[in-house]
Ligand binder design. Structure first.
Ligand SMILES: [Zn+2]
Length: 266
């Protein structure tokens, strides 16, 4: 999750996401203040319920929402047929890579698109875009896949889903209806959450943790780690035309971190 699209307008997209997050944060605190000052007891209980539900999307809810989000995106995407060159290549690439994450079986698939992206969800859904495969070697794709699995294994994806869910207006409807959080969501709500997840911006600390996770995975499987370095260098080239990315973890810095780790282990 979070690479780059082939679109020439990633700046606008990043900007929109940042502005949206800020607006949502301020909207949350505003509504909290208003409702607490209201003398209506019923209102207080409703507000409380809504806040609690947003903060405590259960593990089962996260799993169910991941399942629905992945199905929604699969439905909208061109999935490489099992015997296609991309599917066969990915099958080769993931040999030696985990078959499970957090005890859940991983399902690997390729989306045929020019976009450069890859992501993983809590239900074991791992998707690699053919645009990314076209620009990377097998070792590099493996490094990226390990990184995406890391986001799930380390709980980053669960947090991103909590944020995406809490940001949706659907949360209010779900809380009001008293239904299970996920069951109350419409398919367009799910689609919006899925898009947020695929384009989630992780923190610099989370990106480094996921890099280290991938490094450790590759090391344990006795696979080449150097692909992780060159993958970042290639992504850095894509990102150089994009000044917005300068405030995000620098791809060249991440490549150097992996280089340092390889040197230290020798
Ligand atoms: Zn990442």
């Amino acid at each position: 999750m979070k690479v780059f699209t082939s679109s020439q307008f990633p700046n606008a997209r990043l900007l929109a996401i940042t502005a949206l997050s800020a607006a949502l944060l301020s909207a949350c605190s505003n509504s909290g203040t208003t409702q607490v000052s209201a003398a209506n007891t019923e209102g207080l209980i409703t507000a409380g319920k809504s806040a609690v539900q947003a903060a405590t999307l259960s593990d089962a809810d996260v799993m169910q929402l991941s399942e629905k989000s992945c199905a929604e995106l699969d439905g909208k995407s061109k999935i490489a047929a099992p015997k296609s060159k991309y599917a066969l290549r990915l099958a080769k690439v993931i040999k030696g890579m985990p078959k499970e994450v957090n005890g859940v079986t991983i399902s690997y698939k390729v989306y045929e698109t020019k976009d450069v992206n890859a992501w993983a969800m809590n239900n074991g859904c791992v998707r690699v875009y053919s645009g990314l495969m076209d620009m990377m070697t097998d070792d590099e794709v493996r490094g990226v896949v390990g990184h995406e699995i890391g986001h799930v294994a380390l709980g980053h994806s669960k947090k991103a889903m909590q944020v995406a869910y809490a940001a949706g207006a659907a949360r209010q409807a779900a809380a009001a209806s008293g239904n299970s959080a996920v069951a109350a969501l419409s398919s367009s709500d799910i689609g919006a959450i899925a898009e947020k997840l695929v384009n989630a911006q992780f923190s610099q600390a989370q990106e480094t943790e996921a890099d280290d996770y991938s490094f450790d995975l590759l090391t344990a499987a006795k696979l080449k780690r150097e692909g992780l370095i060159t993958a970042f260098e290639k992504l850095a080239k894509l990102g150089d035309s994009n000044s917005m990315l300068s405030s995000h973890p620098s791809s060249s810095g991440r490549a150097q971190h992996i280089r340092d780790r390889i040197a230290a282990k020798k």
